[in-house]
Design a protein around this ligand. Structure first.
Ligand SMILES: *Cc1c(COP(=O)(O)O)cnc(C)c1O
Length: 377
């Protein structure tokens, strides 16, 4: 029996990605710029309804650029969702700013109640930005979070790395914040083999995008020689990578259908097991991309997350705990954290990310469910 991945790259059956790469080879537009990069930006912009987009080497770089766009300086404060992957928070430290981690609520994402508490606590030293995440493709309570940010006149960065194609009330995630970021890393719902995009949704979106493009290509001033007035970065996406991304974008909606099917399969097969609940999908009038199907076990459930992870591992099947909150990470232990009844910690202690690879067959899904159900017998 073959290995089952948590989530792995899944190229189109039609071979769209190869066509775009071939075109890049044929026109010798291998690197770094070229038609694929520009078209990939336009296609993402059109699909999501963002005002401006810049293709970068990864989602982490996009978060870094969003932070720089806000003029964040040393010792500035940034509020960041605690329950996330470290890449949401790491770029805060690249600019020597100070993260304050915010707990989650029943949406699994940032708690507006905790966010209000944070603003109250820091009212004399307001943050430069709030970073909210749509974890596992689950919608955050973005409307309320945005309202709070507006009240305090603080910018919102929306980390949509895991939620590409998730909509809230018909609008795509990544387009709610002043800046949005997406990722095309290998494990995401679509992949360019590695890459990301910076999205700007502000009134001055084109100007912001231009500046990000400038920083991301080594901050070269207009001159015949190399002239630099600012520190630059080598963050631009290559034309080959963009070709893969363009091909993948054509099958994004198909991938969402399969991801949701996987979620529903687990719900049907596992949803009745005592003490097990599926992640809260489609809150706030959202339509989730269901990037990873995740579950929670009651504290007193006889089966623990590790039992499931090990049982699957013994059968060559990959699963993973819920992301460990940033405020519990050794590297961030000295930073402030605003609690909401220890929600993120509880989600971490009691959760499992089940295999969510879109290449899985019904047979694979059945095999996984049988192993898990066996633990309840
Ligand atoms: C993957 C991910 C990122 C970073 O994206 P990369 O393209 O891997 O740099 C950022 N935030 C979250 C929540 C992610 O899952």
């Amino acid at each position: 029996m073959s290995h089952i991945f948590l989530a792995s790259p899944h190229m189109s059956d039609e071979g769209y990605e190869k066509e775009y790469i071939k075109e890049a080879f044929d026109t010798n537009w291998i690197a770094p710029l070229g038609k694929n990069v520009n078209e990939f930006e336009n296609e993402i912009k059109d699909k999501l309804g963002a005002k401006a987009a810049v293709a970068l080497s990864c989602g982490t770089a996009a978060i870094h650029m969003a932070i720089k766009s806000l003029g964040v300086k040393k010792d500035d404060i940034i509020f960041c969702q605690s329950l996330t992957f470290s890449a949401s928070a790491n770029p805060i430290t690249y600019e020597k700013a100070i993260p304050v981690f915010i707990d989650s609520d029943e949406s699994w994402n940032m708690s507006p109640v905790a966010l209000r508490k944070a603003f109250e606590k820091y009212k004399d030293n307001l943050p430069k930005a709030v970073i909210v995440v749509h974890l596992y493709g689950l919608a955050s309570n973005i409307k309320e979070i945005k309202e709070i940010c507006n009240e305090y006149n603080v910018s919102l960065i929306e980390d949509a790395a895991e939620s590409l194609a998730t909509t809230i009330d018909g609008k795509y995630t990544g387009t709610f914040g002043d800046y949005g970021i997406i990722s095309f890393n290998g494990n995401k719902i679509i992949t360019s083999s590695g890459g990301g995009m910076f999205l700007a949704n502000t009134d001055d979106a084109d100007e912001r995008a231009k500046k990000v493009l400038f920083w991301a290509t080594q901050a070269r001033e207009q001159a015949r020689h190399y002239e630099h007035k600012e520190i630059g970065y080598n963050y631009r996406m290559s034309n080959i990578v963009a070709g893969i991304g363009r091909g993948q974008l054509k099958v994004l909606d198909q991938r969402v259908i399969k991801k949701r099917y996987i979620y529903e399969y687990y719900q049907k097969e596992l949803g009745n097991l005592e003490g097990l609940t599926m992640m809260p999908r489609d809150k706030y009038k959202s339509y989730s991309n269901c990037w990873l199907s995740t579950i929670q076990l009651d504290e007193n459930c006889k089966v623990r997350p590790l039992d499931i992870i090990i049982a699957l591992e013994e059968n060559d099947i990959e699963s993973r705990p819920i992301w460990k909150p940033m405020h519990l990470q050794p590297v961030f232990k000295d930073y402030d954290y605003i609690d909401n009844d220890a929600t993120s910690e509880r989600l971490f202690n009691n959760g499992v990310c089940l295999p969510s690879d879109t290449k899985m067959s019904d047979e694979d899904l059945n095999r996984i469910c049988k192993i898990i159900k066996g633990l309840w017998e």
